[in-house]
Each structure stands twice: as structure tokens, then as C-alpha cells.
Design a binder for this molecule. Structure first.
Ligand code: T3D
Length: 257
């Protein structure tokens, strides 16, 4: 029984909601443990085709719960035990992931979104790397993901200044996929999730694995990898029926298999 996360499934979309709204969903060891378990549950469930991560109430996530940080605690040990399983689970899941940033995302709260495939932000939400403001380095995967997403100069600027940015700035920096008017936000997240859920899910997993291999690989490595994954993709039901649909001048209907 989870106490700081809710997990709901509708139309093949698993929505994982950080649920400590009274503290803007600040992260505790319990929440992080439940979050890693929930992502893994969605990853293993063949009926799930999309994972949405969002926050309850007016915020997405205010980062580590600073009221639970014990004096003398080793932050490195805490990261290793509680944060890294979550970041690995998000970064390696075969399912497409959407961070639905419904409100403020600060510190490790913003880091969680960076490990997702897509970020859809409400246009009135504020984002901040923030770690520097409490004398810490960015963590929870941000040093890996942020320069890759927005380039090293902008990433360093956000890390060193710790400024709060608007949804529009985040979009301009290519930090988020879309900034959506607050009035249309929930509908937009739902329709984006539905669109992804209608795509060839197994092949999405292969594309994610291929792309993730590319950052550390040579051209020759990647040519070898694309042989492996295209061979697998070519054997999926979705590929075979999509070619058949093309020949019959019909729209393909992907089952995810
Ligand atoms: O061990 C490790 O590895 C440490 C890892 C750290 C990783 C990090 O995440 S470092 C960054 C930690 N987060 C922050 O520094 C952000 C702190 N929060 C804020 O600066 C502000 O709350 C926000 C800018 C996010 C939002 O401001 P606002 O005015 O919209 O809301 P508020 O009134 O400040 O917050 C609402 C409540 O949430 C409030 O509760 P209260 O005092 O009325 O009972 C506030 O204390 C609580 N809250 C917000 N953030 C946190 C929090 N409680 C605990 N921890 C928080 N991070």
C-alpha cells in the first residue's frame, strides 16, 4: 500500500502522482522508494503503453523535503539509496514517459522531469534548478541530462545562478516539449498520452534504447546497434500490420506488440 504516491491506470496510460501536496510534493525516502516501485510496475506491465509523472495539488515537486534532512547525513549515500533507483528506472523504462509539470518544479523535482522523455508544462508553472541556493550541486541525474538537453552553456548558467525560470523560458531553452495554457493543460496532457499510447510501443522501447546508446558510442557501434534493433522491429506485429495497411491504403492500427 503506497502512502505518498498514487498509481492509476486508464486506457493503457499509467499516471503516477507525487502525493504530498501540503509540501508541494517534496521528496522523502518513502516517496522515492514508492516512486521507483511504481515506475518498475508500469515498465513490467505489458498492458501499459505510456507513463505520466505528475504532482498532486498546485505544485509538481519542490525537490528534496528539506524538513526531513537529518543533521550529519551523507548526501551521497542518500542519493545512492533513494534517488538513483528512481532516475535509473525512468531513464531505462521501455515505455514512453511524460513529465506533466502542473506547477512549480524545483531542485530534484526538476531533475525527475529531465529523466523523462517528454516534459509538458503548465504555462503558469515556475522551474528552478535551485540546488546552488542551498549550497548543493545539481543531482538526481541533472548533471547528465541537462547539458544534453539544452547545451552545456545554458545548463551551467541554470546550475550556477539557480534562478527561477518561467514555462515560456523553459520552452525557449528547449528544456520542455510544450508549454500549455493552464485552461487546456489537463486535456493536452491526456491527448498527448493517448497519442503516444496509439503508437508501436515495443518499437518505441527499441528507439529509446538505440538513442540512449548513442551518447557513448562511435558511428561503427551505432551501425551495429541499428542492425540489432531494426531486425527486432522488423519482426514486430506492429511493423508487419503497418506495411500491410499501407499496401491496402488503410491507416495502421498499432497494438503495441
Ligand atoms: O540528500 C540529498 O541528496 C539532498 C538533495 C537535495 C536535492 C534538492 O532537491 S535541493 C532543492 C530543495 N528544494 C528547494 O530548495 C526548494 C524549497 N522550496 C521553495 O523554494 C519554495 O517552496 C518554492 C519556490 C518551491 C515554492 O514557493 P511557494 O511560495 O509557492 O510555496 P511555499 O509557501 O514556499 O511552500 C508551500 C509549503 O511547502 C510550505 O509549507 P509550510 O511552511 O507552509 O508548512 C513549505 O515549507 C513547503 N515546502 C516547499 N518546499 C519544500 C517544503 N517543505 C520541505 N521541503 C521542501 N523542499
Amino acid at each position: 500500500m503506497k502512502t505518498e504516491i498514487t498509481y492509476a491506470v486508464e486506457e493503457q496510460v499509467a499516471t503516477i502522482t507525487l502525493s504530498r501536496p501540503e509540501r508541494l510534493n517534496a521528496l522523502t525516502s518513502t516517496l522515492l522508494t514508492e516512486l521507483a516501485e511504481s515506475i518498475e510496475e508500469a515498465n513490467q506491465d505489458d498492458t501499459i503503453r505510456v507513463i505520466v509523472l505528475t504532482g498532486a495539488g498546485r505544485g509538481f515537486c519542490a525537490g528534496q523535503d528539506l524538513k526531513t534532512v537529518q543533521p550529519g547525513m551523507d548526501h551521497g549515500d542518500y542519493l545512492k539509496q533513494y534517488y538513483h533507483p528512481v532516475i535509473r528506472a525512468l531513464a531505462t523504462t521501455k515505455k514512453p514517459t511524460i513529465a506533466a509539470i502542473n506547477g512549480v518544479a524545483a531542485g530534484a523535482g526538476l531533475s525527475l522531469t529531465l529523466a523523462c522523455d517528454f516534459r509538458i508544462v503548465r504555462d503558469d508553472a515556475k522551474l528552478s534548478l535551485g540546488f546552488i541556493n542551498i549550497g548543493l550541486v545539481p543531482d538526481a541525474g541533472a548533471p547528465y541530462f541537462l547539458p544534453r538537453l539544452i547545451g552545456s552553456a545554458k545548463a551551467l548558467e541554470l546550475a550556477l545562478l539557480g534562478e527561477t525560470i518561467t514555462a515560456q523560458q523553459a520552452y525557449d531553452y528547449h528544456l520542455v516539449t510544450k508549454s500549455v495554457d493552464a485552461g487546456q493543460y489537463e486535456q493536452e496532457v491526456a491527448s498527448f498520452a493517448k497519442l503516444l499510447a496509439s503508437r508501436p510501443t515495443k518499437v518505441i522501447g527499441y528507439i529509446k534504447q538505440l538513442q540512449s546508446a548513442s551518447s557513448e558510442s562511435t558511428l561503427e557501434d551505432m551501425l551495429a546497434q541499428e542492425i540489432i534493433y531494426q531486425s527486432r522491429a522488423g519482426k514486430t506485429e506492429d511493423h508487419q500490420q503497418a506495411v500491410q495497411a499501407f499496401l491496402e491504403k488503410k491507416a495502421p492500427v498499432f497494438s503495441g506488440r
